[in-house]
Every structure is written in structure tokens, then in C-alpha cells.
Design a binder for this molecule. Structure first.
Ligand code: AMP
Ligand code: GLY
Length: 426
């Protein structure tokens, strides 16, 4: 028998920095053979031209190659990729369509948290603009207006007063800015605190925590400007100390996994809780049924265990047989290099220079890039996730920014303060 027959080939669905980082980590496993990406990006190899929404096309490919499939982004999960693959007898990692509602419907997630006593901001649900506006005028605290469905991170409007809330209600319910994703809205109490990401891996029965992290969602330094998919992240974050991590694991993650199982809707895959800390209490702002991007990049860089073992155990429901994951003591930080103009309009097809320099502290994960005639070109808003390790947060910051200096293209933009708020806590 050929030795490589014992190895598992993998199909990673998605094209972002998160998918590149998962592939990078899996490529270190001795149990993994070939890794395909659909559709992948300019930094990934073995790219297959199948869009993430083409569930039948992906299933056909996975079946032909006899691959294990790992799903990165939320869209195919919300379309039921896990259900479709499982029906065909294909091995796939991630939540079912019903379980993925924890991310794909904010109304579902808020009602779930309410009935299971998971701490979250107070809220009301509306489908009528007039009623929503009357409610917005009647309350005396600041509101956040949220579209129910998926909106690529843009469906949440944090308001300072009732006039802004009324505009946001009109945008979503009257002008249908997010189409059917905005046919229902949530009006939620604004919680002002420190935000962090807490991600766990579940097999439907138990969940084991990954390393903590903190994202930087706004486009400009000092957390100013519009929200983006995330401009940089670091791990671990001192904002979540060991006792708080235990509290979040017990009161948020375990409660969620147990409640979903009890309700007949077990959750397998990465469960991501977006947490707002206020007066030491963790409020859940949102759940995602997948890894965060860019949180995944520093988390994968710190992971010392074989990710493949944990993904297999999640699928098989055998996580309780595995030890806790091992993490490098070092800090990892990812700074997103974006195209100037993102999250609005930006240029594409600009050549990127300085990618092939060797550096033992860092790795450059690709996101919105493509490879053409031996050149790497920009091809999206978030272009690269430069990720570096350091013995301290301070040294990780200086390692990542010195690597970034060597990378250039015409309209490069990045935040200069990623990780700095972590220094204030230490
Ligand atoms: P979400 O997609 O629900 O996490 O919302 C996107 C971003 O909006 C979050 O990362 C927060 O920065 C902000 N946000 C959401 N809900 C609230 C809230 N209740 N209070 C304050 N900020 C919020
Ligand atoms: N970084 C935020 C997210 O992945 O949703």
C-alpha cells in the first residue's frame, strides 16, 4: 500500500485569511495529505474554482477526491452545506443549518439566549417601522439596531441617540438596505465596555475553549470610523484573565452547548461568542458558528496541538477523549493590510511587493489576493493578514509592524494601533 493512502486529503471552503490559516496549521499535521481550497486565494495552492455557495459542486468535488471538508465562512453553513454533505455520506466539519441559526438569525439567537438565561443586552424585535420608531423614542438609553439575517458584518448600527436609531430603522425596514436579511430587526440596549472574542470547539456534547483573542472592528486607529470584518487581532488577550475565561466557558459556552443539545439541535464546530465586558460581566453581543477572521490567524499560530485530531473528534462526538489543547506561551498578533477605501470602494489588481522575504517570527496569510502570471495582485478589501509571534505583546507588535514595512502596493492601508489596547491592561 502506498504510504500516502493513510493520509487524509482536505477541502477547505472559503477564500479568506481564516481559511489560509486553517490550511497552514493542518499542513503541519503528519496525518494530512493534499489540501484543496475552494475557491482559495493568491496565497493558497490547489485552488478549485467552485464558489462557496455552490453546495452541489463542492459535494461533487469532495466525493470525487474522497476528502474531509472544513467550512470557513458562514454563508455555506447557513445554506445547509453540512446537512447536504452528511446526507451524501461525506465527512464535513461544522454546524448543521439548524444549529448555524445561532449566527444566521440574530432574532433566533437572542430568543435562544433569553429562554436559556445567557447574559445578553435587553432587546425587542420588530418587523414594523412605525412600531420600532415609537419604541426607539420611548426609551432613555442608547440603542443598537440589528438586521436579523446575515449582512457581511454591516447589519449592525450602533446609535448615539434616538434620531440615529430612527434613521437606522428606516434604512433596514423601510429602504430594505439588507433585503430579506432585514425583514425583522432587533432594537437592543447599547452596552459600553471592552470587547473580546471567545471561541470554543464543540462536538455537540462538550466544548473545549480555544485561546482568547481580541479583534479590532473599526477601520481607523482608536476604534474610529465604520465597522469592518476586522482589522487585526491578537491572542491571548489580557482582558480575559483565567477566572473570567472560566466564567465565560461555564456561563456562556457550556450553557449554549448544553441548551442546544437539550433543545434537539446540537452544535458541532467552532462556536464564537462576541463578548462585551461591563463591570466584569460578560454580555454576549453575538454568536458566530465558525472561526473568527482575523482571530483565527493568531490563534492558529499559537496552537501547538494537531488541529486535525480535534476536528475529527468534533465530527465523531469524541472530544471528551482528547486532552486540552496546547498553546504557545507567546503572543501572536495579526494586522490586516487592506485596500485603501475599504469597507467602501477600493482599487483591485495592484501588484504586491515584498512577500517572499523569509522571517522566522512571522507569516503572511493571504485574503483578498490573486495570483496572475507569477505576480500577486490585490483582489479584495482585506488583502493580507500579517501575523507574528513575540515573547510579549510588545515584542509581537514590533515584529509584526517591522514585517509590514517590507510589504508594499500602491493603495495599502492598515491600522497602526493593533494590540495597543492590550498593553493598557497589562
Ligand atoms: P455583532 O455583529 O452583533 O457582533 O455586532 C457588530 C459590532 O457592533 C460588535 O462587534 C460591537 O462592536 C457592536 N455592538 C453590537 N451589539 C452591541 C451592543 N449591544 N452594545 C454595544 N455595541 C454593540
Ligand atoms: N472578526 C469578526 C468575525 O469574524 O466575525
Amino acid at each position: 500500500m502506498r504510504k500516502d493512502r493513510l493520509l487524509t486529503d482536505v477541502l477547505i471552503v472559503g477564500s479568506g485569511g481564516r481559511e489560509h490559516a486553517i490550511g497552514w496549521k493542518l499542513s503541519q499535521s503528519k496525518k494530512i495529505g493534499k489540501i484543496f481550497f475552494a475557491p482559495g486565494n493568491g496565497g493558497t495552492i490547489n485552488n478549485v474554482e467552485i464558489p462557496v455557495e455552490d453546495i452541489d459542486g463542492l459535494a461533487e468535488f469532495a466525493s470525487e477526491k474522497n476528502c474531509l471538508t472544513i467550512v470557513g465562512p458562514e454563508i455555506p453553513l447557513s445554506l445547509g452545506i453540512v446537512d447536504a454533505f452528511t446526507e451524501k455520506g461525506l465527512r464535513i466539519f461544522g454546524p448543521t443549518k439548524a444549529a448555524a441559526q445561532i449566527e444566521s438569525s440574530k432574532v433566533w439567537a437572542k430568543n435562544f439566549m433569553k429562554r436559556n438565561n445567557i447574559l445578553t443586552a435587553q432587546f425587542e424585535i420588530f418587523d414594523d417601522a412605525k412600531e420600532a420608531k415609537e419604541y426607539a423614542k420611548s426609551i432613555d438609553y442608547s440603542l443598537v439596531v440589528k438586521a436579523d439575517g446575515l449582512a457581511a458584518g454591516k447589519g449592525v448600527i450602533v446609535c448615539n441617540n434616538s434620531a440615529e436609531a430612527i434613521d437606522a430603522i428606516d434604512e433596514i425596514l423601510t429602504k430594505n438596505r439588507f433585503g430579506s436579511s432585514g425583514s425583522k430587526i432587533i432594537l437592543e440596549e447599547r452596552i459600553d465596555g471592552e470587547e473580546a472574542s471567545f471561541i470554543a470547539l464543540s462536538d455537540g456534547n462538550i466544548a473545549i475553549p480555544m485561546a482568547t483573542s481580541q479583534d479590532h472592528k473599526r477601520i481607523y486607529d482608536g476604534d474610529k470610523g465604520p465597522n469592518t470584518g476586522g482589522m487585526g487581532a491578537y491572542s491571548p488577550t489580557a482582558i480575559i484573565d483565567d477566572s473570567l475565561a472560566e466564567m465565560i466557558q461555564k456561563d456562556v459556552i457550556e450553557k449554549t452547548i448544553n441548551s442546544m443539545k437539550k433543545e434537539g439541535n446540537p452544535f458541532k464546530g467552532f462556536l464564537y461568542a462576541g463578548i462585551m465586558l461591563k463591570y466584569g460581566k460578560p454580555y454576549v453581543l453575538e454568536f458566530n458558528g465558525r472561526m473568527g477572521d482575523p482571530e483565527c490567524q493568531p490563534i492558529m499560530m499559537r496552537l501547538d496541538s494537531d488541529l486535525y485530531d480535534y476536528i475529527n473528534a468534533s465530527i465523531d462526538g469524541t472530544l471528551s477523549k482528547l486532552p486540552a489543547m496546547l498553546w504557545k506561551k507567546q503572543t501572536a498578533i495579526c494586522v490586516v493590510l487592506a485596500s485603501k477605501g475599504y469597507p467602501g470602494v477600493y482599487q483591485k489588481n495592484e501588484e504586491i511587493f515584498g512577500l517572499d522575504l523569509e522571517d522566522k517570527h512571522s507569516f503572511v496569510f493571504h485574503a483578498g489576493t490573486k495570483r496572475e502570471n507569477g505576480k500577486i495582485l490585490t483582489y479584495g478589501g482585506r488583502v493580507l493578514g500579517v501575523t507574528a509571534l513575540g515573547d510579549t505583546l510588545d515584542s509581537a507588535i514590533s515584529n509584526v509592524y517591522s514585517r509590514i514595512e517590507k510589504i508594499s502596493w500602491q493603495n495599502k492601508y492598515f491600522r497602526k494601533d493593533i494590540g495597543k489596547k492590550g498593553l493598557l491592561v497589562l
